[in-house]
Design a protein around this ligand. Sequence first.
Ligand SMILES: Cc1cc2nc3c(=O)[nH]c(=O)nc-3n(C[C@H](O)[C@H](O)[C@H](O)COP(=O)(O)O)c2cc1C
Ligand SMILES: [Mn+2]
Length: 476
Amino acid sequence: MFRDNRDFMAALRSSGDLLEIEKEVHWDLELGAVSRLACEKDGPAVWFKRVADYPEDETVFANPMATWRRVAVAFGMKPHAPVKEIYAEYERREGRLIPPVTVEKAPCKEIVQRGGDIDLFAFPAPMLHDGDGGRYLGTWDLAVSRDPETNWVNWGMYRFMVYDSLHLTGFPRPTSHLGKVFQDHYVPKKKAMPVALVIGADPLSHFAAAATYHIGGEEGALAGGLMGAPLELVRCEASDLLVPAQCEIVIEGEVLPDCVALEGPYGEYPGYRTGEMGNGILFRTTAVTHRKSPILTVDATGYRDDSSTITALTGAIAIKRRLERHGVPVLDVNVPRDGAVHTAVIAVKYGGRQVAREILETLTSRRALLSKILLVEPDVDIFDLGQVLHAFSTKCHPVHGIHAVQYEGRANTLTPCYSQGERAAQKGATVLYDCTWPGEWSREWEVPVKATFATIFPASIRQKVLSQWRAYGFKE
Ligand SMILES: Cc1cc2nc3c(=O)[nH]c(=O)nc-3n(C[C@H](O)[C@H](O)[C@H](O)COP(=O)(O)O)c2cc1C
Ligand SMILES: [Mn+2]
């Protein structure tokens, strides 16, 4: 497993999943546009070696895990591992927790700046999309914070924009763990919340920070479990928070309990800029530490970015676990990459009105990030979207097969199809397309017979055809 981001980049170089651009690229939109197009084309991660206005040793690495190949490399799997296997591997490792250890010396302390030395503009934070509210220093980050009552340490990936040379503004959603701990335990007491913003740690630490993980769970132990070895953490300079020792950059600071500052808008993960500039949290920097020649790591957020793999995969496994706990006959869940974490395909033993209602209720009773669910039977390979579309088109009844639920106060405020009014009230809906045969239909004479190779021919014919396939002259 990779101890740091640099080892991971070397592995991506070997597998052909890293492009190094020696030509000078501008931090103002050009870098964002190159990274964005690379994502949309399913291209490699990009290492920008020369950024305009910045010294040669300040470089930018974009979109570490925005393709399944790069996720597979990060997991130590073969780059071409099928998505289904990556899902299974995560599911296996997620249950194993390995708490981190503390070390004294760390590469991320090679340079230490406090007080008047601090200048957030010293890093080549990119203006990623036209119309963004500012330059984003925190995109592929990991924000460390602590619940003062229980000492629970949370890591989350939340965006942070450079406000001035000493301040960042951020947008952790109220439902995020950082947002919740801040609102519940710091704001009422008017206490500043210490936060350490980590950039460019090893890939699986960021994966864990972005993962859908339960409240009270420690992402540092999840990251150790995913890596199969304890992570090394080191103490901050200005607080007693702990950060991954091998990371590139740490921005230490505190979120002020009685201030808000303008943040955004931003080209967000669903692939749109939906909001306007709004009130965000205000982060005042207390110290900055970094490696020599720091590599600023970023996510050029949008269609097919790092959330299309990480949030989708971890969200799918979380959905599966929840449905299992609620007694739904779930077999497997896929949150397809191109669905911008808005659509889930769920395979069940059987569907029908009652199962549909149970699923809708279970998946919308708290925060409801997804809004479209396709329910299929086990004959469909949910990782083959061609098969899913076939089932949807042929089996979902346009009236009886559609179930919807509406809610208020917990909808996804970034869902582009909601109106501004709906977003303000966190009002939304989730629709379920039941692409399974009605339970009351007789399997013998009412359910249509699926007329594919695998389903409509006797076993003897199938075996004969398969064994002679090449003899007929087919290549594959
Ligand atoms: C690149 C990227 C940027 C993200 N930015 C934000 C953000 O600004 N605010 C937010 O609430 N969630 C954001 N997320 C989603 C969270 O990382 C995700 O919900 C994670 O589970 C949060 O951790 P938590 O459950 O500990 O709060 C982002 C995810 C990715 C991949
Ligand atoms: Mn968390």
